[in-house]
Write a protein that binds this ligand. Structure first.
Ligand SMILES: NC(=O)c1ccc[n+]([C@@H]2O[C@H](COP(=O)([O-])OP(=O)(O)OC[C@H]3O[C@@H](n4cnc5c(N)ncnc54)[C@H](OP(=O)(O)O)[C@@H]3O)[C@@H](O)[C@H]2O)c1
Length: 257
């Protein structure tokens, strides 16, 4: 692409992971990428320009990514009228971003920690009119760090912030519970840890190309050890536990941060 992309906060954890993926996949050349931060410390080679002045970055960029924390956004002063602004911030509504930056078109996107291994799922939503060309560009941008979907309304972003935005949180919780319960049942710690990791990591990889409903149905049909364990979770309404957990996170995102 020959547009210029500026990332405010592009040396932070998320901004840097995305910027590196965009460069590695040649989605953008280093001469078209601009980064700004306050410290002046760059994590990129000399070809990627680092700016201390956010307004200068906005003026030199066709599209501007906000990859700063919500509390840092409150201090940010930029005039981005006429620019496409893409926010990666959790819990900051598009209307607040438009009001603070003057941008007519604001895209909100919610990648997750798996950007690090380029396996994030990134839902994105455009508040304002995004042309076909920009829509395809947006989708391709987030595909550089995994998979992506445009979602039909902004509330999907707040809900999904608490679902896919949590990255490894839910599997980590499951892995920890399996480990602790195995230890409580008398399995030595190191073995419990390996067993639980095998379930979450090995099992997770198997699900990459299997339908989870079919997996569960076929295991239930077998009526063996696994079926008894799954039935116990179903009897305790695991779906409702998961549903309440995601809603609790989504409420925080909806309330704003
Ligand atoms: N972590 C996740 O899993 C995740 C997932 C989805 C979305 N997000 C969102 O991503 C955003 C960034 O999170 P993060 O974890 O990457 O934070 P982070 O590592 O703290 O990065 C923030 C970056 O912004 C820079 N910065 C702060 N204020 C600035 C300003 N006024 N002008 C220019 N640069 C500024 C900081 O650098 P200096 O200190 O040098 O200025 C830093 O490099 C958050 O809004 C979060 O909600 C995070």
């Amino acid at each position: 692409m020959n547009k210029t992309l500026g990332i405010i906060g592009g040396t932070g954890w998320l901004g840097r992971a995305i910027a590196e993926a965009l460069l590695d996949s040649r989605f953008i050349g280093p001469d078209r990428l601009l980064i700004s931060n306050r410290s002046g410390v760059s994590t990129f080679g000399p070809d990627v320009r680092l700016l201390a002045d956010n307004q200068q970055l906005v003026e030199l960029s066709d599209r501007v990514v906000l990859s700063i924390r919500p509390e840092q956004f409150r201090e940010l002063k930029i005039d981005a009228r006429g620019k496409l602004v893409i926010s990666l911030m959790a819990g900051v509504p598009a209307v607040a971003i438009s009001a603070a930056t003057g941008a007519d078109v604001v895209v909100r996107a919610m990648p997750n920690a798996a950007v690090e291994i380029r396996q994030s799922f990134t839902p994105w939503y455009s508040a304002g009119n995004l042309g076909d060309h920009d829509r395809k560009w947006m989708q391709r941008l987030f595909e550089c760090v995994g998979s992506a979907d445009e979602v039909p309304d902004e509330d999907c972003i707040d809900y999904l912030s608490a679902l896919s935005g949590t990255g490894p949180a839910f599997p980590a919780m499951l892995q920890m519970a399996l480990t602790n319960q195995a230890v409580a049942a008398g399995i030595p710690l190191a073995i419990a840890q390996r067993a639980a990791q095998g379930v979450v990591v090995g099992g997770g990889q198997m699900l990459a190309n299997r339908d989870p409903r079919q997996v569960i149905e076929s295991l239930m049909a077998y009526r063996g050890v696994t079926a008894a364990a799954l039935q116990s979770m179903a009897d305790q309404n695991i779906e409702s536990i998961v549903g309440r957990a995601v809603q609790a996170g989504a409420e925080i995102a909806r309330k704003g941060m």
